[in-house]
Design a protein around this ligand. Sequence first.
Ligand SMILES: C[S@@+](CC[C@H](N)C(=O)[O-])C[C@H]1O[C@@H](n2cnc3c(N)ncnc32)[C@H](O)[C@@H]1O
Length: 250
Amino acid sequence: MSSSHYQIDQRYHDEIAGQYDHVVVKPRGFPIDLLFERFETLFCSRERMLDLGCGTGHMLLRYAAGFRAALGVDHSKGMLEQAERNLAAVGVSNAILVHADLLGFVQQQSCSRFDLITCVGVLHHLQPADVGVLLAALRGRLSAGGKILLAEPITGADEPAAISEWNRRALGGSRDFQGEFPQDPDEAPLDESAWRAAVDEAGLRVVAENRMWECSTSAEFPTVQEREALRQLIAANPGGNILALLLGTP
Ligand SMILES: C[S@@+](CC[C@H](N)C(=O)[O-])C[C@H]1O[C@@H](n2cnc3c(N)ncnc32)[C@H](O)[C@@H]1O
């Protein structure tokens, strides 16, 4: 693992932490609901959840309350501080936040088993060789029937014009980080074939999957009409540049 790569990522996320929810999470809440829509019914036991690269707590806010205990791990203190505030604000009190490198953390937790492991928007921040190493380690951390939920931007087809037009009017088109930031981490969408090959090699199987075009809404809490319009837009424009995989063991 290259420590300088991860130091750059850590510093960057420390600096953007205060703006991350406004720019990234809140404009995309409903589209991500749609991306994960069918997955929750496939979770089995609800004892322990692990969220790797938890950032400001996005996935813990979605699911932690449904588990007996949850752990969030991130190497950015800034993101963890925001996560702590976000969880407290909605009364989620069963989540423990850990400041650590996620790969080191997973490798050290050799006795721990989890019913749900989430790692969303994180794999594309890792060095390519670490993706396979992480997936192989995660397989050994699943309880019987446990699931891994991954979602990442992927390379591929161009965004349809109708999606670009929608996004121009949505919050994602107008909100951006303000100010000067340290060096951007060298992030790029994942190659889908390489990602699936790493899943196979780790001995994991795809239980369910969904893909869609990255999009946001015109309000953080969109109206019923806007939600229905987005459902129809997504149905009319199959494919996508965001892929979510729910994995289990064979
Ligand atoms: C794009 S954010 C996604 C945050 C969150 N999962 C979400 O869905 O909003 C990526 C997060 O992964 C964290 N991260 C990246 N590489 C990491 C590593 N090697 N160890 C721990 N955290 C890492 C970053 O600090 C950042 O908070």
